[in-house]
Design a protein around this ligand. Structure first.
Ligand code: FES
Length: 167
């Protein structure tokens, strides 16, 4: 069956991921994990393609699974994924000023979670289990303890400088 591909989803890559998981619907989660690794999120067109291509599934089913599990994101992620903990301990110790400083520094408007250049994405998460280090930020898996508005700006500027140096 041919499936329309209006947004340049690499269907050969998706086919490979599906086939390397035996094409089985019982492996759907593993397939979605691989797709997310590839794109850093789950593009809607990829979900439609998988739901159309795989036997026993539908786009609605694949979409339902993708939205059910917190590990999956349907929004594009940045090269640097910033998570700001807003659990109770972090909130009490000032996670919101840190979050607002990040938004202002990266010029993220309300509701916008990824910078236009795709470099940074931002989200709040609930307790990361490191309350003693509150407020905590995590960037690409690296934990930044006792964060302040000033410190996060320095970190962001350092990453930006590295990026400019590379490009
Ligand atoms: S509340 Fe932030 S790490 Fe626990």
């Amino acid at each position: 069956m041919s499936v329309e591909n209006p947004h340049k989803i690499d269907t050969a890559k998706l086919d490979y991921i599906i086939e390397s998981n035996g094409g089985k619907k019982s492996n759907l989660i593993a397939i979605l994990q691989k797709v997310q690794e590839e794109y850093r999120y789950l593009p809607e067109d990829a979900l439609i393609y998988i739901g159309t291509k795989m036997e026993g599934l539908s786009p609605a089913t694949v979409y339902g699974v993708a939205t059910f599990y917190a590990q999956f994101s349907l929004d594009p992620k940045g090269k640097y994924e910033i998570r700001v903990c807003d659990g109770t301990a972090c909130h009490v110790r000032g996670s919101m000023p840190v979050l607002n400083a990040i938004k202002a520094h990266l010029d993220l408007k309300d509701g916008q979670m990824t910078t236009k250049d795709g470099l940074f994405s931002l989200e709040t998460v609930s307790c990361l289990g490191a309350c003693g280090l509150a407020p905590v930020c995590v960037i690409n898996g690296k934990v930044y303890p006792q964060m302040t508005s000033d410190a996060i700006k320095v970190i962001l500027d350092t990453l930006l400088k590295e990026e400019r140096g590379v490009n």
